[in-house]
Design a protein around this ligand. Structure first.
Ligand code: MTE
Length: 323
């Protein structure tokens, strides 16, 4: 982000070989141990609209439709890395310090207000909100704007299921999100390194896309504080900073909402922030990425590899202008 560019990443932040090998063993163990759960969660049948097959629906019909959420055939990043290499500026700008600084973060009781241009505004208690739709495991690529990436097994449900509950009005065109900003718990909220609270936004069609989820867990565990407990947005075809953490408010609006990183550096961070190897960040290339836990670099994929599912959202748009 603004404070550190990829070239500045210290060698101490790069996984050394011994650690890497032990992590590989851990990953293999975790994959084997998780395979029963994953089979139940990932190989559910979805209709072509991303809806789960209803009881009584003919399975043959469902199987004929292409799955909306394809299984990702890439090694998952270790739990240790996913939970100890974080951006959560409210706590720290040092990725490896966030877990420690957020360890006493209190996330119950918690409410999320869903409001604005909706017919049924409601303040949800987090535990009621999490019952809206059964949690699913979604193994997604996570591409940070700083040119590193991970593969994360989130547990969550489509944001669209929550929005359906409040019934957006026809004037609603965008969704604005807001994080908690609690100076008592979050040391950096007293500073001006960013404007608080952290805010983000999506176009309504992006928010309703079946790939867009609200995550409340990862690796079958409750979401740890450092990853944005109790509720985090995950939009896998966009740079990671769109994934706003510790959400307390979701507001349906008619105009493009402000976003934290665009306020901090408008030339560097646009509203859309789609992963795009053809549009460089003004200070570095976005063509390749360092996958945490691997050696060498990988090519960055258009829309982070989700082009088949999402490219149509941006038909006719100049993606250099709308970065
Ligand atoms: N949300 C809040 N409230 N504060 C933050 O600093 N950082 C963003 C995003 N959401 C951030 C946030 C950035 S830059 C990234 S890359 C992702 O969270 C990191 O999510 P992770 O730690 O779960 O991988």
């Amino acid at each position: 982000m603004l404070i550190k560019k990829p070239e500045d990443i210290k060698s101490s932040e790069i996984t050394d070989k011994k650690l890497y090998l032990s992590r590989r063993l851990f990953i293999r163990g975790a994959v084997l141990a998780g395979s029963t759960v994953a089979t139940g969660l990932v190989y559910r049948h979805f209709t072509s609209h991303g809806e789960e097959a209803q009881a009584g629906e003919k399975i043959a019909d469902v199987q004929a439709a292409p799955p909306a959420i394809a299984t990702l055939n890439e090694s998952k990043t270790s739990y240790e890395d996913i939970t100890h290499y974080n951006n959560f500026y409210e706590f720290s700008t040092d990725k490896q310090a966030v877990a420690q600084k957020a360890k006493n973060y209190i996330t119950r009781p918690w409410t999320v207000s869903v409001e604005g241009l909706v017919n049924k505004p409601r303040v949800f208690d987090i535990d009621d909100l999490l019952k809206i739709s059964p949690p699913e495991e979604r193994v997604y690529r996570h591409r940070c704007v700083e040119a590193w990436s991970m593969v994360i097994p989130w547990v969550g449900f489509p944001l669209g299921k929550l929005l359906d509950q409040v019934q957006p009005m026809s004037q609603a065109k965008y969704v604005a999100f807001e994080s908690l900003a609690d100076p008592k718990q979050m040391p950096n909220v007293k500073s001006d390194i960013l404007q608080w609270p952290y805010v983000e936004g999506l176009r309504l069609d992006e928010a309703m896309h079946p790939l867009t989820i609200l995550a409340s867990g990862l690796y079958d565990e409750t979401l740890p504080p450092q990853n944005g407990a109790p509720l985090k947005l995950v939009v896998p075809w966009k740079y990671g900073f769109k994934g706003i953490k510790s959400i307390i408010r979701i507001k349906l609006v008619d105009d493009e909402p402000p976003t934290t990183w665009n306020i901090a550096g408008p030339r560097e961070y646009g509203f859309y922030s789609n992963v795009n190897p053809n549009v460089d960040h003004p200070r570095w290339s976005q063509k390749t990425e360092r996958r945490i836990g691997e050696f060498g670099r990988r090519d960055t994929l258009m829309f982070n590899g989700y082009a088949d599912q999402v490219a149509q959202l941006y038909g006719g748009m100049d993606l250099k202008k709308y970065y």
